[in-house]
Design a protein around this ligand. Structure first.
Ligand SMILES: C[S@@+](CC[C@H](N)C(=O)[O-])C[C@H]1O[C@@H](n2cnc3c(N)ncnc32)[C@H](O)[C@@H]1O
Length: 546
C-alpha cells in the first residue's frame, strides 16, 4: 500500500502553479469618487474598486491586506458552457479548477485569521468539485454550510428536471469563533406576521409556542391545571413538558402561559416579539427572504434603464443576508468577481468597507455609475430603504500597473519604460517584502521591513563614494537594502550596514514577468505533461491476439 496516498481531487495541470508578480496598484483619480459632504461620522471613503484580472489584483493586495478581510463573497463564472456576453464561461473542468484554486488560495490568506469567512456562489455544474477542492485548501473542519438559494419561484420546462436553486458554500477560518460572531437575522415579513396582539397585551405582539417536548423526563411529567377552567392536562403521549414544574409556575405567574381562548386548550407558552433577538440562519434561503433572479434583473433595470445591461446579477437581498451574518459595520468585505457591483453597493449601504475587483469593461460602465448613485443617495432600489441608506462615503478606483520588467530589443529583461521613480520604488519594495513608506527627509528611505531595516531603490549606478556616504547616514543601528542599477566598488565589505543588489537581476527569478492575462480562458491552461509512452508490448498471458 502507498502510505503517501490521501483523499484528493486531481485534474490535468494540478501541479502547475502560476508564479505571480506582485504588482502595484495605480489610482486613477478621475474615476475615484466621493460624496460632496459628510452625511454621518461613520462615512467610509477608503473603499477600492480595482479594474483588472483578479488573480494579479489579489496578489497585489496580499501584502497589505493579509488577515484583514472579514468576509469574502465571490460569484465566479460557473463553468456551465453557456455563452455569456461579458466573459468566457465555457471551459474545461481542469482549467476551471486550476484557475479557481489559484484565486481561492490568496483569498483564504486575505481573511481575518479568527473571524474571516468565505462565501462562494456556485451551481450544480461544479459544486461537488468545488466542495472537495475547498476541503483540500481550507481543511474540512473549516466547512460551515452549503446553503441553498432558491433562485426561481416558477417552474420552467427547458430541462428534464427544472433548475431552481444555486449553492452558497461557506468556510470560516475558525468555525467556533464564527459561530460566536455569526449574527442573528432580523425577522422577515412572514415571521413577523405570526406575532399578533388581539388582546391588547401591554407587552406587545406575541405568539403561542408549544409547551411540550418529545421524550420522557420524570421531573417534567407533572400535571398542569388550567387556572381559568380547572381542566387538568398531562403531557401528550411520548412527550414531557418543556421545563420543570418550578419554571412552569414562574411562567404562569408572569402571565406567559396560554390556555386557548376558552381557557381549556393544551397549555402553550407565550413568546413576545420584543424578546426575540433575531433568528438563527439556516441553510434554506428561499426567494421570498433573499430575492430571486427576476428581482435582480429588475434591480439592474432600475439602475441602468435596461434589464440586459448585465446577464448574471445577484439580488441585493442575497448579498445583504451574507453580510448580515458574517460582518459588523466597519468590517471589510471583498468580492473579486464584482460583475455589476452588487456586493460593493450592498456593503456600502450597510456601512461596511469594501474592495471589488472586476476585469470586464463593466467595471467602468456599470460598477462606477452604480456606486456613484449609492454614494449620492440616488440608488433607486435593492436594499436601500430596508437599510435606510441616505448616501455618503466614496471609493478609489485603481488599475494594475504593467509588469515591472519588459524585454528590450535584444530580449533582455529591463525595467519597463512606463515605470517612473516612485512606481519603481513601490514595486521593488513589494517584491522584496518591504512596506512602501518613502521618507520626506531621507532620500534613501523608500520602505521598511522593521523599525531598523530599510530599503533604497534607484536606477543609478552607485560609486564607492556614494555608497560610503549612504552607509555613513544609515549608521550602526540601522541596516539598508540598496537596489540599484549597478555599483562600482571592489570592497562592499567596507559597508556592513548595507546589502547592495542589482535590479533587475536580483528580482528576475522571483516570479513570471510580463504576463497580464490570468483570466478564466481556455488558452491559459498550463500545458500538461506529454502523455506517457505506450508500454512496450508484453507477451499476453492469454497468448497472441487475446
Ligand atoms: C457571475 S458574474 C458576478 C455577478 C455579480 N455577483 C453581480 O451581482 O453582478 C462574474 C463576474 O466575474 C468577472 N470575472 C471573470 N473572470 C474574472 C477575472 N479573472 N478577474 C476579474 N473578474 C473576472 C466577469 O467579468 C463577471 O463580471
Amino acid at each position: 500500500m502507498n502510505h503517501k496516498q490521501r483523499l484528493e481531487l486531481t485534474w490535468i495541470g494540478k501541479d502547475q502553479r502560476p508564479r505571480l508578480e506582485p504588482r502595484i496598484l495605480l489610482e486613477d483619480p478621475e474615476k475615484s469618487y466621493h460624496a460632496k459632504t459628510r452625511i454621518t461620522e461613520g462615512d467610509i471613503f477608503d473603499n477600492r474598486l480595482i479594474f483588472g484580472d483578479n488573480l494579479l489584483a489579489l496578489k497585489a493586495l496580499e501584502q497589505d491586506y493579509a488577515g484583514k478581510v472579514k468576509c469574502v463573497y465571490i460569484d465566479p463564472p460557473y463553468n456551465t458552457g453557456s455563452a455569456f456576453e461579458h466573459y468566457d464561461d465555457g471551459m474545461e473542468h481542469s482549467i476551471w479548477l486550476s484557475l479557481i484554486r489559484a484565486r481561492l488560495e490568496i483569498l483564504w490568506k486575505l481573511l481575518d485569521k479568527t473571524e474571516g469567512s468565505i462565501w462562494i456562489s456556485i451551481d450544480d455544474s461544479e459544486m461537488a468539485y468545488l466542495k472537495v477542492l475547498c476541503d483540500e485548501l481550507f481543511g474540512r473542519r473549516s466547512f460551515i454550510a452549503c446553503n441553498i438559494w432558491q433562485k426561481r419561484y416558477s417552474r420552467e420546462n427547458r430541462e428534464a428536471i427544472g433548475d431552481a436553486h444555486e449553492y452558497l458554500l461557506v468556510y470560516a477560518k475558525e468555525p467556533d469563533v464564527f459561530k460566536g460572531i455569526r449574527n442573528k437575522l432580523p425577522l422577515g415579513e412572514k415571521q413577523l406576521s405570526v406575532y399578533k396582539n388581539k388582546n391588547n397585551d401591554p407587552k406587545g405582539p406575541w405568539r403561542a409556542v408549544s409547551f411540550s417536548a418529545q421524550g420522557y423526563r420524570p421531573n417534567q411529567m407533572y400535571e398542569i391545571v388550567s387556572p381559568y377552567t380547572g381542566k387538568r392536562h398531562r403531557p401528550p403521549s411520548g412527550s414531557c413538558w418543556k421545563v420543570i414544574e418550578d419554571e412552569y409556575n414562574r411562567l404562569l405567574s408572569e402571565g406567559r402561559m396560554f390556555f386557548g381562548k376558552d381557557g381549556n386548550a393544551v397549555p402553550s407558552r407565550i413568546q413576545y416579539l420584543k424578546d426575540i433577538e433575531g433568528i438563527v440562519p439556516w441553510t434554506w434561503w428561499p426567494h421570498d427572504e433573499v430575492g430571486h433572479t427576476d428581482e435582480s434583473k429588475k434591480e439592474i433595470q432600475a439602475l441602468f434603464g435596461k434589464q440586459d445591461a448585465f446577464d448574471t446579477p445577484k439580488p441585493e437581498r442575497l448579498i445583504q443576508r451574507i453580510i448580515q451574518i458574517a460582518t459588523k459595520p466597519g468590517d471589510l468585505v471583498l468580492d473579486s468577481f464584482l460583475g455589476s457591483g452588487t456586493t460593493a453597493a450592498v456593503a456600502h449601504k450597510m456601512h461596511r468597507r469594501w474592495i471589488g475587483v472586476e476585469l470586464g469593461e463593466h467595471a467602468d460602465t456599470l460598477c462606477i455609475p452604480r456606486l456613484k448613485k449609492v454614494i449620492d443617495g440616488e440608488d433607486p432600489g435593492g436594499v436601500t430603504s430596508a437599510v435606510d441608506w441616505k448616501g455618503g462615503g466614496g471609493f478609489r478606483y485603481y488599475r494594475l500597473a504593467p509588469s515591472l520588467l519588459e524585454k528590450d530589443h535584444w530580449g533582455n529583461w529591463v525595467i519597463a519604460k512606463d515605470y517612473n521613480a516612485a512606481m519603481l520604488a513601490e514595486a521593488v519594495c513589494k517584491l522584496m517584502g518591504f512596506s512602501y513608506a518613502p521618507s520626506e527627509s531621507e532620500y534613501w528611505i523608500h520602505g521598511r521591513s522593521s523599525e531598523t531595516d530599510y530599503i533604497y531603490v534607484t536606477t543609478q549606478s552607485l560609486t564607492h563614494e556614494q555608497l560610503a556616504a549612504i552607509s555613513h547616514e544609515v549608521g550602526e543601528e540601522r541596516s539598508l537594502l540598496v537596489c540599484c542599477k549597478a555599483f562600482r566598488t571592489n570592497n562592499l565589505d567596507a559597508f556592513p550596514n548595507l546589502t547592495v543588489k542589482k535590479i533587475p537581476q536580483t528580482v528576475l527569478s522571483k516570479c513570471e514577468w510580463g504576463k497580464d492575462d490570468y483570466s478564466l480562458k481556455v488558452e491559459n491552461l498550463p500545458m500538461s505533461a506529454p502523455p506517457p509512452e505506450p508500454p512496450i508490448a508484453q507477451p499476453s498471458l492469454f497468448g497472441e491476439g487475446e
